[in-house]
Design a protein around this ligand. Structure first.
Ligand code: PGA
Length: 241
C-alpha cells in the first residue's frame, strides 16, 4: 500500500490531481470512477484547471458514477451526481456520452445495477477508482456489514450516513437507500486511491489502515488491494489523542 501523508488539504489535492492526470496521460481512454463528496473537490479543481488550460485531455475517458441516493437525480441539489457535475463534469466539459451514472429514480433499481455492472465489464474494468471514507468506514454507500463480494447493489443507509449526508442538502432530507458500486469493484479495479482529510476521519482511518480487514469496516478492504494508495492530510492521519 502506498500510504502518504501530506501537510494539508491543498497539498493532498494537488498531488492527487497530478497523479490522476499522469494516469490519464498514460492511458487517455482510461475508465475512471471518481467519488463525489467534499474530499475530492480540491482535486477536481486542479483537474479542471489543467483541462481548461489544455494541459490535460479528458475527452477519451469514460467516467462511471460511484453511488447515488435512491430517489435522487443530477438535477436535485444534494445528489451525488449533482456535485459531480458541478465540481467536475461541467467545468471539465465532459460530454454526456462519456458518463455512465446510476439512474437512482429508476423503477427497476436491480436493472440499473446490472446496467452499470455491464458498462464496467464491457469497458474492460475500472482503471482507477477514487474513493473517500465515511466516518463509519463506508466506501461509497457500502455500509458496515456489506459483503466484500458484491458488485452494484442497493444498500440500506446507516444512521451516520443519513445524518452526515444532510450536509450536502439545503434542507433536512429523508434518505433511506443508496445505489452503489460494490466492494468487488474496488478489488477488481486496477488501481484504487482512498483520500481522507480532516480530524473527523482520523479515528476511522486508523481502523481502516491498521485494524483487521473486516466487513464491519468496509474501507479496510483496501489493505488487500495490490495497487492501492491511501493519501491523507496530516489531520486525517493523526491517531486520536
Ligand atoms: P466526504 O464524504 O468526502 O464528503 O467526507 C466521504 C464519504 O462519505 O464517503
Amino acid at each position: 500500500m502506498d500510504v502518504r501523508v501530506f501537510p494539508d488539504y491543498a497539498a493532498l489535492s494537488q498531488q492527487a490531481a497530478h497523479h490522476i492526470a499522469h494516469l490519464i496521460r498514460q492511458k487517455p481512454n482510461a475508465v475512471l470512477c471518481l467519488a463525489s463528496g467534499d474530499t475530492p473537490i480540491g482535486t477536481f479543481q486542479q483537474l479542471n484547471a489543467m483541462a481548461q488550460a489544455g494541459e490535460l485531455d479528458l475527452n477519451h475517458c469514460l467516467f462511471v458514477g460511484l453511488d447515488e441516493w435512491v430517489g435522487f437525480g443530477p438535477a436535485d441539489v444534494g445528489s451525488c451526481a449533482y456535485y459531480l457535475y458541478k465540481d467536475l463534469f461541467t467545468p471539465a466539459r465532459i460530454r454526456p456520452e462519456q458518463i455512465a451514472y446510476f439512474d437512482a429514480k429508476a423503477d427497476d433499481l436491480q436493472a440499473e445495477c446490472h446496467r452499470i455492472d455491464r458498462i464496467i465489464a464491457d469497458a474492460g474494468g475500472l482503471d482507477f477508482l477514487l474513493v473517500g471514507i465515511g466516518v463509519n468506514g463506508h466506501i461509497a454507500l457500502n455500509e458496515p456489514g456489506t459483503s466484500f463480494t458484491l458488485r452494484c447493489h442497493v444498500s440500506q443507509l446507516a444512521e451516520s450516513t443519513i445524518s452526515v449526508g444532510q450536509k450536502y442538502f439545503t434542507q433536512a432530507t429523508p434518505l433511506t437507500q443508496g445505489i452503489t458500486l460494490g466492494l468487488r469493484h474496488l478489488t477488481d479495479a486496477r488501481e484504487v486511491m482512498l483520500m481522507a482529510s480532516g480530524p473527523r476521519k482520523a479515528t476511522i482511518m486508523q481502523a481502516a489502515l491498521h485494524g483487521p480487514v473486516t466487513e464491519q469496516v468496509p474501507a479496510s478492504i483496501i489493505q488487500t488491494h495490490p495497487n492501492a494508495r491511501v493519501w491523507l492530510d496530516e489531520a486525517a492521519a493523526k491517531p486520536a489523542a
